[in-house]
Write a protein that binds this ligand. Structure first.
Ligand SMILES: NC(=O)C1=CN([C@@H]2O[C@H](COP(=O)(O)OP(=O)(O)OC[C@H]3O[C@@H](n4cnc5c(N)ncnc54)[C@H](O)[C@@H]3O)[C@@H](O)[C@H]2O)C=CC1
Ligand SMILES: O=C(O)CCC(=O)N[C@@H](CCC(=O)O)C(=O)O
Length: 490
C-alpha cells in the first residue's frame, strides 16, 4: 500500500512529512491504511489555521453552526454502514457493535444541541438596577485526542460539542485507528465546515506530543489511558488558563448480592466484562460474588456461558459476541496480565488464550480472593477477576480499593442494598441491575480519582467547551437614585 494525503489542514488534504505508519486489521493483519505522520511543523500549521478560523466560526450565530453540524449528522446517517465497516475492520469489533457506534455518533448531535442550551445557555436575572446575564463563550482552539476502542463515537463526543460552542478543533486520533478518523473528517469536509474549523493531524506519539505541547492551543480534550492522561496533566501544570478535560481508564467493580434470577445476573456480568472484548473503560474488571450456594451457582453458570461466547471475524454472517482485540500486542499483554495474577496467587477458572499473531483472545476468569498484593492496574481486555465475600460492607470497601473511580455496579434485588451501595461507592457511574457498560450519552460521563479530572464528558461536555461570562447590564448609563455616602455628582 502506498502513502497518501492523510493530514487535513486548513481545508486541504496534505501529505504528512513525518515517518510512515500503517493501520492493520488486527484479525488478519491485512494493511488497510498507510500514510506519513504529521510533523511538528505541520501541527503548527494546523494550529495556525484553527486560530485563523476561530474568529469567524466563533462569531457565527449558534443556529448557523448548528446547520453545518446537522448536515454532518445527515452524512453520518447516509454513510453509517461504510463507517461501521471501517470501524470493524480497524478495531476487530463485530459489525453489530460498530453499527451501534455509528448510530451513537448520529445521536450525539441532537443530545449536544440540547446540552448546549441547557448547560451553557443564556440566563437573565433582574437586579435592583439593570439585569445580570450569564452567557458562555468558546475557549478558542482546542485539541481533541481519541482512543482506539471507540474511534468514531468518543472523539465525536468532544468534537461535536466543541464545534457547536464555537471552538475550532485539531483532532489527533489514535495511531491504531487513522482510517476511521480520515473517513469521519471527509464527512465534516462534505458537510461544508469552513476551512480551518476542523483539522486532522495523524501520527504516533511524536505527533501527539507536538500538539499537546503547542503553546497556541487553548484547551485539550483527551480520552485515553490513565498513563497518558497523567502525563498530560503534569505537562499542563502551571497553565491554569488552559482547559484540560481528561477521560481515562477504570478498574471497575461489580458486586452481586441476593438475586432471584441468576441467569439475568450472568447476562449482566458478561455484558459488563466481555463486551468489546473487554476494551471499554467502563468494563467490569472485578466481580464480587457472595460465598455460599448462590455465589457457587452464579459462578458455575458464568463459566459455562463465558466458555460458550462466540468469537469471530467482524463480518461473520453468524455474528460473534466478541471480535478481535485491537492488536496482537494488546492480546499478548492480556496473557501477561493473567500470568502475573497467577504468580500473585490467582487461580485460573477459565483461561484467557491468545491466537498468536492476531488480536484474538478467548475471555478469561480468574479467582483472586487470595491474591494479597492485587495490582491496581487497568487490564484493558476480557479478563475478569473474581473475589468471594462474606460481608457486604467488606466487599464494598474492597470494590472501592482502587485509585480509579469510573464505573461500579450492584446486581441485587434489594433496594436498601442498592441505596447503601450508592452512598458508599466511589465512582462517576454507579448502576443497579444493569450492566456497567453502555453508558448513556444523555448523562454526564466521567470518573473520579485516576479516571478523570472532574470534567465529565457526554452530556456535560458542553461545560468544558465554553466558559461562562457574567455581565451586569443596563441599557443606558443612568445615575442611581441614591448615591453612595460621601459622593456628590453635580
Ligand atoms: N473514560 C473514558 O471516557 C474512556 C477511557 N478510555 C481509556 O483509553 C485507553 C485505551 O485507549 P488508548 O488509545 O490505548 O489510549 P492512549 O492513552 O494510548 O492514547 C490516547 C491518545 O493519546 C495519544 N498519546 C499517547 N501518548 C501521548 C503523549 N505522550 N502525548 C500526547 N499524546 C499521546 C495517542 O496517540 C492517542 O491519540 C484505556 O485505558 C481506556 O480505559 C477509553 C474510552 C473511554
Ligand atoms: O460519551 C458518551 O456519549 C457516552 C459514554 C459512552 O458511550 N460510553 C461507552 C463507551 C466508553 C468506553 O468504555 O470506551 C460505555 O459506557 O460503554
Amino acid at each position: 500500500m502506498t502513502t497518501h494525503a492523510a493530514q487535513f489542514i486548513n481545508g486541504e488534504w496534505r501529505l504528512g512529512e513525518g515517518a510512515v505508519f500503517a493501520s492493520v486489521n488486527p484479525a488478519n493483519n491485512e494493511e488497510i491504511w498507510r500514510a506519513n505522520a504529521a510533523t511538528a511543523e505541520q501541527v503548527d500549521s494546523a494550529v495556525k489555521a484553527a486560530r485563523e478560523a476561530f474568529y469567524s466560526w466563533g462569531e457565527l450565530a449558534f443556529e448557523e453552526r448548528l446547520t453545518v453540524v446537522k448536515r454532518f449528522a445527515e452524512l453520518l446517517k447516509e454513510n453509517s454502514e461504510a463507517l461501521a465497516v471501517a470501524i470493524a475492520q480497524e478495531t476487530g469489533k463485530p459489525l453489530w457493535e460498530t453499527r451501534t457506534e455509528a448510530g451513537a455518533m448520529v445521536g450525539k448531535i441532537a443530545i449536544s444541541e440540547k446540552a448546549y442550551h441547557e448547560r451553557t445557555g443564556v440566563v437573565e436575572n433582574p437586579m435592583p438596577v439593570g439585569r445580570a446575564v450569564i452567557r458562555h463563550k468558546a475557549h478558542g482552539v482546542v485539541a481533541v485526542f481519541g482512543p482506539y476502542n471507540f474511534p468514531g463515537h468518543l472523539p465525536n463526543g468532544h468534537i461535536v460539542p466543541a464545534l457547536l460552542a464555537g471552538n475550532t478543533v485539531i483532532f489527533k486520533p489514535s495511531e491504531l485507528t487513522p482510517y476511521v478518523a480520515e473517513l469521519t473528517l471527509k464527512l465534516w469536509e462534505q458537510a461544508g465546515l469552513p476551512k480551518g474549523v476542523i483539522n486532522l493531524v495523524q501520527g504516533e506519539v511524536e505527533t501527539g506530543k507536538a500538539l499537546a505541547s503547542h503553546k497556541g492551543i487553548d484547551g485539550l480534550f483527551f480520552t485515553g489511558s490513565s498513563r497518558t492522561g497523567h502525563l498530560l496533566h503534569e505537562q499542563y501544570a502551571g497553565q491554569p488558563g488552559k482547559i484540560l478535560a481528561l477521560e481515562m481508564g477504570g478498574n471497575n467493580p461489580l458486586i452481586v448480592k441476593d438475586v432471584a434470577d441468576t441467569k439475568a445476573a450472568v447476562h449482566d456480568i458478561i455484558q459488563s466484562a466481555f463486551i468489546s472484548s473487554g476494551q471499554r473503560c467502563t468494563c467490569a474488571r472485578k466481580l464480587f460474588l457472595p460465598e455460599g450456594e448462590q455465589g457457587d451457582v452464579i459462578l458455575a453458570q458464568l463459566l459455562k456461558a463465558t466458555k460458550a461466547i462466540k468469537i469471530g471475524n467482524y463480518d461473520a454472517e453468524d455474528q460473534p459476541f466478541m471480535g478481535s482485540m485491537i492488536s496482537n500486542n494488546a492480546a499478548a499483554g492480556m496473557v501477561a496480565a493473567q500470568q502475573q495474577l497467577v504468580e500473585l496467587g490467582g487461580e485460573i477458572l477459565l483461561e484467557l488464550t491468545h491466537t498468536e499473531g492476531t488480536g484474538f483472545v478467548t475471555p478469561g476468569i480468574i479467582e483472586c480472593t487470595k491474591v494479597t498484593d492485587f495490582p491496581d492496574d487497568e487490564h484493558f481486555g476480557p479478563l475478569l477477576k473474581v473475589f468471594r465475600y462474606s460481608d457486604f460492607d467488606a466487599a464494598i470497601e474492597k470494590a472501592n480499593d482502587t485509585s480509579f473511580g469510573l464505573s461500579a455496579g450492584l446486581l441485587g434485588d434489594n433496594q436498601a442494598d442498592y441505596e447503601h451501595f450508592l452512598r458508599r461507592s466511589r465512582a462517576g457511574i454507579v448502576n443497579w441491575n444493569r450492566p456497567i457498560t453502555g453508558a448513556s450519552s444523555a448523562a454526564p460521563f466521567g470518573g473520579i480519582g485516576a479516571s478523570g479530572n472532574h470534567r465529565a464528558s457526554a452530556y456535560y461536555a458542553a461545560d468544558y467547551c465554553a466558559y461562562p461570562v457574567a455581565s451586569v447590564e443596563l441599557d443606558k448609563v443612568t445615575l442611581p437614585g441614591t448615591l453612595s455616602p460621601g459622593l456628590t455628582i453635580e
